[in-house]
Design a protein around this ligand. Structure first.
Ligand SMILES: Nc1ncnc2c1ncn2[C@@H]1O[C@H](COP(=O)(O)O)[C@@H](OP(=O)(O)O)[C@H]1O
Ligand SMILES: N[C@@H](Cc1ccc(Oc2ccc(OS(=O)(=O)O)c(I)c2)c(I)c1)C(=O)O
Length: 235
């Protein structure tokens, strides 16, 4: 929306998967995310979940801009669990108790949460990386969107900014077929199991973690994140 100065119609011209390809997605004979990206003129806005070490070197060589959104590990685990339940391309996550162990061990798609977040955090000042937190976006979306706007070299006025805040709210996006993945076949994303736009809240882990799981998680978190200067808001 920032790219198109808040023009809703331009943003509604096609589904997000076509406007902003997911580069690691490949499912022949459909064009892959990379095929779609290659067919687009610059400037392009692409999506990825890749950790730094798996990103094609050309991204670094060409001094691309990156917008990284980090989310607290506990809510990520919950969100990813439900995503894995509904995404028929990913392994069945099993029970919550089983998934809890899988997530902690880092044996999930795109790898360990700890390594992923630390990896991007550590290089953020060496490249053009805007590092944002999901929790801040929820708390003060206008402020965070302003940061993105500046990062993109845009100067939009207050009314446009307010419109972008409104249009990108969870409630609006959940109903928007251009972004809510309702066009993806059920054989890939089965939204009757769990919607892609699920809850969009901070602290949903409290509805999933047992007291024992929380204590164990906090202990492991301390070990894995030791030495890192990254700080997530206490939930
Ligand atoms: N506009 C928005 N506002 C808040 N949360 C959003 C959002 N759009 C997507 N999300 C949430 O982001 C998560 C998916 O992230 P990703 O695309 O990186 O996998 C889901 O979290 P929940 O499962 O907690 O609802 C989804 O609901
Ligand atoms: N943050 C990611 C989350 C995500 C969403 C969907 C998804 O599964 C698909 C990815 C790409 C797909 O092909 S295409 O529509 O882009 O051509 C399809 I079909 C399903 C995965 I894996 C991850 C996001 O924002 O996409």
């Amino acid at each position: 929306m920032i790219e198109h100065n808040g023009d809703v119609e331009k943003c509604q011209r096609a589904i997000i998967q076509h406007r902003h390809p997911f580069i690691e997605w490949a499912r022949p004979p459909q064009p892959s995310g990379v095929d779609k990206a290659n067919a687009m003129p610059s400037p392009r806005i692409l999506r990825t979940h890749l950790p730094t070490q798996l990103l094609p070197p050309s991204f670094w060589e060409n001094n691309c801009k990156f917008l990284y959104v980090a989310r607290n590990a506990k809510d990520c685990m919950v969100s990813y669990y439900h995503f894995q339940r509904m995404n028929q391309m990913l392994p069945d996550p099993g029970t919550w108790e089983e998934y809890f162990e899988t997530f902690i061990s880092g044996k999930v798609g795109w790898g360990s949460w700890y390594d992923h977040v630390k990896g991007w955090w550590e290089i953020k000042d060496r490249y053009q990386i805007l590092f944002l937190f999901y929790e801040d976006m929820k708390q003060d979306p206008k402020h965070e969107i302003q940061k993105v706007m500046q990062f993109m070299g845009k100067n939009l006025d207050e009314t446009v900014l307010d419109k972008i805040v409104q249009e990108t709210s969870f409630e609006k996006m959940k109903e928007n077929p251009m972004v809510n993945r309702s066009t993806v076949p059920k054989s890939i994303l089965d939204q009757s199991i769990s919607p892609f736009m699920r809850k969009g809240t901070v602290g949903d882990w409290k509805n999933h973690f047992t007291v024992a799981q929380n204590e164990r998680f906090n202990e492991i978190y301390k070990q894995k994140m030791e030495g890192s200067s990254i700080n997530f808001t206490e939930l």
